[in-house]
Design a protein around this ligand. Structure first.
Ligand SMILES: NC(=O)c1ccc[n+]([C@@H]2O[C@H](COP(=O)([O-])OP(=O)(O)OC[C@H]3O[C@@H](n4cnc5c(N)ncnc54)[C@H](OP(=O)(O)O)[C@@H]3O)[C@@H](O)[C@H]2O)c1
Length: 277
């Protein structure tokens, strides 16, 4: 039995589809709301909240492999419960910032989760993806409403990754030998700037999308209202304010592991155009 957490999310939904397609059953998807999950028929939906460990421990019964998003709940308890339930292998989604920006709070938290897993006694595979193409969904409401999209650092190109590529790597790690005890930095196939991302969405929609570059200060004021000051600083640093060669590097890990080239941002934009209409 494979249990997928974050099963209704960008990575998890694609992962369940891939696992089903390659016959890797039985499969279980964790969600806080089974009515909205709409999993494929062959996937067992289990309701649980990782922030409330008791609510989801039953989901671990009979599970041998676990796909885990970090920091959705008390990770020490989650990893401990998996170990007690007899889980043998955990594929963890961490972040490339563990390597590129270890001084930032979220990166430090991810590193702590990685260490908990490595010390757990279970086999592990750690995925460290760079920023997701699906982050562009933060512009969806503005684009739908015809309001200009804003972003700072408009011409900083980062090797943004399609979440389905993270899912593909996870599927291989969960179903094929040779990936236990490995840590993989994952990126897309090329650098893409915020301006180019908006252009790709506009091309997929077949219409103009107005775009405005704003300063770090303006962006910080808007983001801090939603995420808080520290998180806004961290996001602004890793999206342009404090980039380094490690963050800018395009890696071939997706292709080496899956045998398929990493998907470009424009493919994500085409596949998700309806979400901006
Ligand atoms: N975005 C980036 O650029 C980036 C970069 C590096 C790493 N990451 C990591 O990637 C992960 C996000 O992956 P994603 O984009 O695939 O997810 P997503 O689309 O944001 O969806 C979040 C998923 O987590 C589930 N979830 C949220 N809170 C939960 C809780 N308390 N208990 C159980 N499930 C919960 C949701 O399920 P339900 O609502 O159905 O319960 C949903 O399936 C995060 O761990 C993030 O740190 C993101």
């Amino acid at each position: 039995m494979i249990l997928v957490t974050g099963a209704t999310g960008n990575i998890g939904r694609a992962l369940l589809g891939e696992l089903q397609a390659c016959g890797a059953g039985p499969l279980r998807g964790l969600t806080r709301d089974a009515a909205r999950a709409a999993f494929p028929d062959t996937v067992e939906a289990v309701v649980g909240d990782l922030a409330n460990p008791e609510s989801w421990v039953p989901a671990l019964e009979g599970v041998r492999s676990l796909f885990l998003l970090s920091r959705l709940g008390p990770d020490a308890d989650i990893i401990g419960a998996a170990r007690s339930a007899g889980v043998e292998h955990v594929v963890l989604v961490s972040s490339i910032t563990v390597r590129t920006h270890p001084h930032l709070g979220p990166a430090d938290e991810n590193l702590a989760v990685e260490r908990l897993l490595q010390d757990s006694g279970m086999a592990w595979t750690i995925l460290r993806p760079t920023q997701f193409a699906s982050n562009a969904l933060m512009w969806a409401a503005s684009i739908r409403d015809g309001v200009p999209v804003w972003a700072p650092y408009a011409d900083t190109g980062l090797p943004t990754i399609h979440p389905a590529d993270i899912a593909s790597v996870a599927r291989v790690a969960l179903t094929e030998p040779g990936h236990q005890g490995r840590t993989y930095a994952l990126t897309g196939p090329e650098p893409v700037t915020a301006r180019q991302q908006v252009e790709a969405v506009a091309a997929a929609l077949g219409r103009e999308v107005p775009f405005t570059e704003i300063s770090r200060g303006e962006a910080h004021a808007r983001m801090a209202e939603v995420f808080g000051v520290e998180a806004a600083d961290a996001v602004l640093d890793v999206t342009g304010g404090d980039v380094n060669d490690e963050l800018l590097a395009v890696r071939d890990t997706v292709e080496r592991i899956t045998g398929c080239p990493a998907r470009p941002f424009r493919q994500w934009a085409e596949e998700n155009a309806d979400r901006f209409r």
